[in-house]
Design a protein around this ligand. Structure first.
Ligand code: KMH
Ligand code: ZN
Length: 275
């Protein structure tokens, strides 16, 4: 079991609206401020979605490039850009995210129903994105929303070889309406199906946040938390700041005798070159 716990913060996402959720970081200043607080609280990776001037999700290349630069300037966090974007984003725009030259990016291994929408990731897109990460040396994190996507990950690695950085790190995204449920039995089944030697984090959407967090810590996995995944800190109590989700995860990781991994250690763990 890993001696420490990688904590990723996903502070914004593409789904929640600023009007309904004023604590959501949507401007570059808000994002960098959040990132600094979350790093101090124990995060080592930031999973980034950005918003435009009207707080709508965007994959604007210049803004993505500025965001990577500002996060590097203000923190030591590993900057992982989302290539999932919003369900409305085109494949071309999602591939072009790598033009912003992040340390890492998400790479979802299959299409999944996403509430009333569809998060589309056909095989042709998955393999194109994967080969681009290899070419650009951007370390992918394999996002797995369902067990069938684990099979696709095996196929991807079998056909195209190891990822940039040489480490296979996955994130189980559980409890999306349409994806795998966020419970411990499903988590154990998904982990058992991962490629040999793969490391993994898990996150539970909404009310599955805590069962998945406790299950992941107990099973030797790593954690993703943040307002992309949950807007409630406890029943009837909205999240006030992303950092309080990181603080809680870090505290529970310490209780589990697996304290938060610092960014330098996390770079080594994920195969990301030092900056
Ligand atoms: N916003 C979702 C449709 C990712 O970042 O790679 C997709 C998502 C996954 O959040
Ligand atoms: Zn995301």
């Amino acid at each position: 079991m890993a001696a420490s716990t990688l904590i990723t913060v996903a502070p914004t996402g593409a789904e929640a609206g600023k009007a309904a959720v004023p604590a959501l970081p949507v401007t570059l200043d808000e994002l960098v401020g959040t990132a600094k607080e979350c790093e101090a609280a124990g995060a080592a990776v930031i999973h980034v979605h950005i918003r435009d001037r009207t707080a709508r999700p965007t994959l604007d290349r210049a803004l993505l490039t500025d965001t990577v630069a500002a996060l590097r300037e203000g923190t030591d966090l590993i900057v992982q850009l989302s290539t999932g974007g919003a369900v409305t984003d085109s494949f071309a725009d999602r591939l072009a995210v790598l033009d912003a030259a992040p340390d890492a990016c998400s790479l979802t291994c299959g299409t999944v129903n996403f509430g009333a929408d569809v998060f589309s990731n056909p095989w042709t897109f998955i393999k194109e994105l994967y080969q681009l990460t290899q070419e650009r040396q951007v370390v992918p994190e394999f996002e797995l929303f369902d067990l069938g996507q684990v099979a696709t990950l095996h196929r991807l690695l079998g056909e195209f070889g190891p990822p940039a950085g040489g480490r296979v790190h996955c994130d189980l995204v559980m409890g999306v309406p349409g994806g795998m449920p966020g419970d411990v039995a499903t988590l154990v089944a998904a982990v058992a199906a991962l490629p040999d030697g793969a490391t993994w984090s898990a996150t539970g959407i909404g009310r599955t946040t805590l069962p998945v967090l406790f299950g992941a810590l107990g099973a030797g996995g790593h954690l993703r938390v943040g307002m992309e995944d949950t807007l409630s800190f406890a029943r009837g109590r909205p999240v006030a700041r992303n950092a309080e989700l990181v603080e809680r995860a870090a505290e529970l990781a310490r209780v589990a005798q697996r304290p938060p991994m610092r960014p330098a250690e996390a770079r080594d763990f994920l195969g990301i070159p030092a900056r």
